[in-house]
Design a protein around this ligand. Structure first.
Ligand SMILES: [Zn+2]
Length: 165
């Protein structure tokens, strides 16, 4: 027997006849989530000015952000590895549009940074600065520019941006 799981779509007359009540309200809900052991330790590392990844001895991969198990081997015996705060540009964009679609004169420079010490192709999405966008190249060496220690919050923004060195 086949069940009908598609539900019943609302019709304008359902709302007009108040068969269905609608209202608008501002949510007063607060959200929190646990970062878990892997990302929690990664974020605490950022607060200390360090970038940590995890290494799988079975497939010999070092990944960042860290995972507490290797999704390739399905093995949870991974070890923590302190990585460098340097890397290379894996890919980048020269972005003249804000998140709200307004135009900007000075472009944002989002980039994927392959972190030195991690396996090839493993890195983080962040932003570049102190560079002429015309000079950007894939493979360019970059270094993290950190917030001052007392300003860090165990957040990816503890790294302000990456710059060529
Ligand atoms: Zn593995």
């Amino acid at each position: 027997m086949r069940m009908n799981l598609e539900g019943t779509s609302l019709k304008r007359e359902d709302i007009d006849s108040k068969r269905v009540l609608t209202t608008r309200f501002r949510s007063n809900a607060f959200y929190a989530w646990d970062t878990g052991r892997g990302i929690g330790r990664y974020l605490q590392g950022l607060k200390a000015g360090e970038i940590w990844g995890t290494h799988c001895d079975t497939c010999n991969r070092t990944v960042v952000p860290p995972r507490i198990f290797c999704e390739r081997c399905m093995k949870n015996q991974v070890s923590w590895v302190k990585l460098q705060d340097t890397g290379i540009i894996n890919t980048f964009s020269i972005c003249y549009v804000n998140w709200d679609a307004s135009r900007v004169e000075e472009p944002h420079l989002p980039a994927v940074i392959e972190i030195d010490g991690a396996s090839q192709g493993h890195g983080i999405l962040h932003v570049l600065d102190e560079v002429n966008p015309k000079d950007l190249k894939i493979g360019m060496k970059v270094k993290a520019v950190w917030k001052r220690p007392e300003e860090r919050n165990a957040d990816i923004t503890d790294i302000l941006y990456w710059k060529p060195y």
